[in-house]
Design a protein around this ligand. Sequence first.
Ligand code: NAP
Length: 664
Amino acid sequence: MTPTTFTTDEAHPREVARPGHYDACLPIVEDDDFLEQAVQSAELPALLAALALANADPSLLADELRPPLPPMDSVIAPQGGMSTEAQKSARRVAANALKAFRDRGSVPAAQPSEESLAHIMRFLTKDASDDYLPLLRHELGIPNDYGAPAWKKSEVAPDIDFSVAIIGAGISGMAAAHRLQQAGIEYVVFEKNTEVGGTWWENVYPGCRLDTPNFAYSYSFAQKADWPQQFSTRDEIETYLQDVATTFDLRPNVEFGTEVTSLSFDDDSGTWTVTTETADGIRGIRRVNAVITAVGQLNRPNIPQIPGLDSFAGRCFHSSQWDTSVDLSGLRVAVVGTGASAYQIVPSIAGTVQHLSVFQRNAPWMLPTPGYLADIPAGMAWLLRHVPHYGRWYRFWQFWIAAEGRLPFVEADPDWTEEGSTSANNAELRRQLLTHLSRQLEGHPDLLEKMTPKYPPGAKRMLRDNGMWATTLMQSHVDLVTDGIEAVTPAGIRTVDGVLHEVDVIVFATGFRASDYLEPITITGRGGKDLHESWGGDARAYMGITVPSFPNLFMLMGPNTGVVVNGSALYMAECAAEYTVECLGELLRARKQNIEPHAEAMDEFCDRVDAGNRLRTWGVADVHTWYRNRFGRATQVWPFSLLEFYQLTRTPDLSAFDLTGDFR
Ligand code: NAP
């Protein structure tokens, strides 16, 4: 039932969301015609939500204007699947609301109550169950930063000396640093690079940009309304992350150019010794109470051991170590691999090179994404700058439609026998994607044959398709080579059919050693136990975060916490960072030194996750994928919903842990 007005709450318990340029909101002085024009390019569901809040007017959220998504298809329908008629009405309603907001002096209405906000969320989410509301509030961040700890160390254990080392100042390390800072816990971040940003600092290859929608690929605590594109370039994301580090005052705690080489737990003192090394070989030792690893998952290059590689006379490098000194103009270039990196590199360099050979082992599945490279339309960009919290509602909306949307498509039905798919839903996705591919390759049957994946969609990472991949591969100076690579010679790459593909440059877009968690850091825990030895290449962790015998060691982006079809790494990293801080809070409140999960808790967790992954396409499809390790176990991927990870990471279940050692 639509209320006639919104109510307000008196007090809010947690830190209020940080204002500033993340929520930039300029006064509206434009005339009616301008406003009517601006709403033409708006994402309407989120705009109605923002205006309902700004004007405290629930009538904007009429039933007939509700977006009908999810469920969704391979293509996310524009405007959440609203009918043309509903869109027309929504634009009229939004334009009138904008005028009313302007005429009131562009002053947002008083902060509504949580129930009123919940009403808006239900409008956007087709009445998501109440279970979802805390998660949705966390993502919206109005009026509070719900991921902030509700306690401070100075309140719970002012007299205890406690410090934390974070390894890595990429997206997850920065999330952890911010949460520790909010809790008032002393920390230092060791970053091997000379800047923050992790993967977004390291990858500079041509065409590097996001392949998950940008608004949702941002911190819940640092929301940005002025992304220039839906899938921004790496430069934009790098700038954003650098800006977050500055705005949230994280930089003073980061030691740049400092790589952690080993971690060693001391049983007697219950502390960790962190050994570091700078680029010029200076070693350092630091003793801390806890360690948070935030080293990422996809940054240790996988360079295939191809016979003869050393003999190659030209230049050769991995996509993530792009050699910017090489000018590709007029050169013959080989790109090995057709994953997410190659997909961006190949179209970006095709216009520069003399000849391009793309070596494909398995064709990628591609999700139709017509606006992949498009700028945010001018009207929408204007609205994002002028309508209070529109950026937040838009981020919320993007998050929601991706959240669980595609999970049903990657179900693996144990009784399903049809080749090329793993369930009825998966077969339907396959059909939709093949139709899309065939349309693009009309008149090119050979290319269609080569570009049709033989495995079920979702078993590997799906790419964003705006048509550029097919268009590039159709060009006369571009070859898609599908014969296996046999050897590299001084002149180029020889394939198993005996053909020598002569090239001047080889780019390995061959991915990363994703399952080598925490390599190459030496990590010894209780009783001198070696983490890598105990894992034996098959990483396991309770909640993907903690490991028995390794007290106070917390992993962000740890085993089984990657999401691949329903959300972004940022979300999982934030959840794990918040969980970690809550574990530390438990320790400090109990005045205990160490927290360590029980082996049974980890086994039970991993069994459940393994069973979940066996019901996903990537868990059963017979194809090489970085989601699985060399034993075939899916150690990289979270098979369940985002909601489930959120709920699990709110409050540590202390029955799964031992808390040991006393702080006197
Ligand atoms: P990837 O997805 O693992 O792709 C590696 C490619 O190299 C695959 O096509 C693989 O073939 C091929 N390959 C590997 N070893 C080979 C060999 N010995 N001979 C021939 N081909 C070989 O790696 P990636 O493209 O770097 O992407 C990794 C992940 O990083 C992505 O899945 C994504 O999560 C992330 N990423 C994100 C973005 C973004 O957001 N914009 C961009 C880039 C990467 P097979 O398929 O046969 O294994």
